[in-house]
Design a protein around this ligand. Structure first.
Ligand code: UP5
Ligand code: MG
Length: 190
């Protein structure tokens, strides 16, 4: 990071749990910069980068893109943005992501915001989204849920063991979820 000192909050939760939606509110209220790992990967596909096809294939299958690719994009975004407070949305997604990011950047998150939501509700939300995402079809959604449970929940458990998880009931209406999120962010001076 070229010596840049930053504060990072990881925003985790299943597909469609509302990470992106809530991050937009947190940006407005608490002055963070929002970095969605999925958005960065989708931008990489659009840019026609040499990794684009590989990334596209993996997202279509709900698989986790190799750490070095995602970490490089996150590092670049952190360096480029003129802020020292970042929400990293949808990353780390597995133990390897987590360990590699820590090793490469030296960043330990202030805390981890975890959006807890039932699969039925997440599925309903994703199928209603209609923004043309290639992974928003029932086949890929099922795969995303499976990867989330098998690979991503262990990351949440790891941070839980470190006392870093702030769990939010994300199954409620957007405004109610944000009330709970506000309580978490108001209690820190990040
Ligand atoms: N909505 C939101 N909140 C609501 C609420 N409280 N009540 C009712 N509706 C609500 O929300 C989803 C939809 O629900 C929206 O229409 C919203 O209006 C509504 P959103 O805020 O978009 O949820 P989010 O959790 O951001 O869902 P998203 O689909 O983005 O989560 P994913 O984790 O699946 O997607 P992401 O973009 O992070 O990753 C996509 C893929 O990229 C991964 O599957 C993987 O293949 C790849 N990837 C990696 O390989 N590595 C990474 O590090 C990151 C991604
Ligand atoms: Mg999102």
């Amino acid at each position: 990071l070229n010596g840049k000192k930053v504060k990072v909050v990881f925003v985790l939760g299943g597909p469609g749990s509302g990470k992106g939606t809530q991050c937009a509110y947190i940006v407005d209220h608490f002055g963070f910069t929002h970095l969605s790992a999925g958005d960065l990967l989708r931008a990489e596909i659009k840019s026609g980068s040499e990794n684009g096809t590989m990334i596209q294939d993996m997202i279509k299958e709900g698989k986790i893109v190799p750490s070095e690719v995602t970490i490089k994009l996150l590092q670049k975004a952190i360096q480029e943005r003129d802020n020292d407070k970042f929400l990293i949305d949808g990353f780390p997604r597995n133990e390897e992501n987590r360990a590699a990011f820590e090793k490469v950047t030296g960043i330990i998150p202030e805390f981890v915001l975890f959006f807890d939501c039932s699969e039925e509700e997440m599925e309903r939300r994703i199928l209603n989204r209609n923004q043309g995402r290639e992974d928003d079809n029932i086949d890929t959604i099922r795969k995303r849920f499976k990867v989330f449970i098998e690979s991503s929940l262990p990351v949440v458990e790891y941070y839980e063991s470190k006392g870093k998880v702030r769990k939010i009931d994300a199954g409620k209406p957007v405004e109610e979820v944000f009330e709970a999120v506000k309580t978490v962010f108001s209690s820190i001076d990040a």
